[in-house]
Design a protein around this ligand. Structure first.
Ligand SMILES: C[S@@+](CC[C@H](N)C(=O)[O-])C[C@H]1O[C@@H](n2cnc3c(N)ncnc32)[C@H](O)[C@@H]1O
Length: 270
């Protein structure tokens, strides 16, 4: 993950929480329904943010279990700590999960995280290697075209306000695997067996408040970096006007959840 994105997740923490009700939490719950931790399980929740999947996992494993929730953003980890202080099965860590040393987990999960890794394949393989043989690993990514509209409209609005050409849409290797069949094959190539991919349909009804929250409570906020307060207000107005003008009434926020079994030989619990 670039420093630019890291700063964004740190500074977006409050709006990240507000957007969570609409976006991160339903996706986190859908992830945990698929990875299905059981009472007493040890779970690694990678890229945990402020706990959309880590908290439901900690509730499921109960007092006898443990969830290690790891995120690089100290602000989100701090937020998670304060919100989940009564959950004894949750341990929070501000760290880069691509070098996380713990292993032997019953379940490893990462909701909307792996595509931020500088090397998505190597980072995902590292996470899979943290599961015990026969343990489950589950990864959630956006389905093709999900969450594209807000970024497109936002970059066009910034371009209108600054007079610069629109920033190109960031692209990465995840775009080669963002349909169910390709995601399934890619996870199998990373060493998981019996991979299944399910689609979690989610559509956000576009209101002015929600449409702007999608910008300020997510990585899209990086697009605003370098703008002053007046320019940001202008971008907001242009962005919302153009959504209205084009009749955009919902954002597609559909995800794919891929789950499989580790075949590794890392039997020792740390
Ligand atoms: C889109 S958020 C998703 C957060 C959470 N899983 C959720 O669904 O609400 C992506 C998160 O990945 C974290 N992240 C990205 N790269 C990371 C890394 N190498 N190690 C730990 N966390 C990372 C970011 O800090 C950010 O909180």
């Amino acid at each position: 993950m670039t420093d630019r994105y890291q700063k964004a997740f740190d500074t977006a923490a409050t709006d990240f929480e507000r957007l969570g009700e609409h976006l991160w939490k339903p996706i986190g719950r859908a992830t945990v329904e698929r990875t299905a931790p059981e009472p007493g399980d040890r779970v690694l929740d990678a890229c945990c943010g402020n706990g959309a999947s880590a908290i439901p996992a900690a509730v499921r494993v109960g007092d006898r279990g443990l969830v290690d929730a790891v995120d690089r953003s100290p602000a989100l980890i701090e937020d998670l700590r304060s919100r989940a202080s009564g959950l004894t099965s949750l341990a929070t860590h501000a760290a880069d999960v691509t070098s996380w040393p713990g292993r032997g987990y019953d379940v490893v999960q990462a909701a909307l995280g792996i595509f931020f890794f500088p090397d998505m394949a190597a980072g995902t393989e590292h996470l899979i290697s943290r599961a015990r043989p026969g343990g489950r690993a589950g990864f959630t990514i956006w389905r093709r075209d999900a969450m594209v509209a807000p970024g497109t409209y936002l970059r066009q609005a910034v371009s209108r306000v600054t007079g610069n050409p629109p920033e190109p849409r960031p692209s990465g290797p995840v775009e080669e695997i963002d349909v169910a069949g390709a995601f399934r094959s890619w996870l199998a190539e990373r060493g998981l067996s019996d991979v299944t991919v399910t689609t979690h349909e989610l559509r956000l009804a576009v209101t002015p408040e929600l449409a702007w929250l999608v910008v300020t409570g997510s990585g899209f906020v990086t697009v605003l970096s370098g703008l002053d307060e007046a320019q940001t207000a202008e971008v907001r107005a242009v962005y919302l006007d153009s959504l209205l003008r084009d009749g955009v009434t919902e954002f597609d926020a559909t995800t794919l959840v891929g789950v499989g079994y580790s075949q590794g030989s890392n039997a020792l619990v740390m």
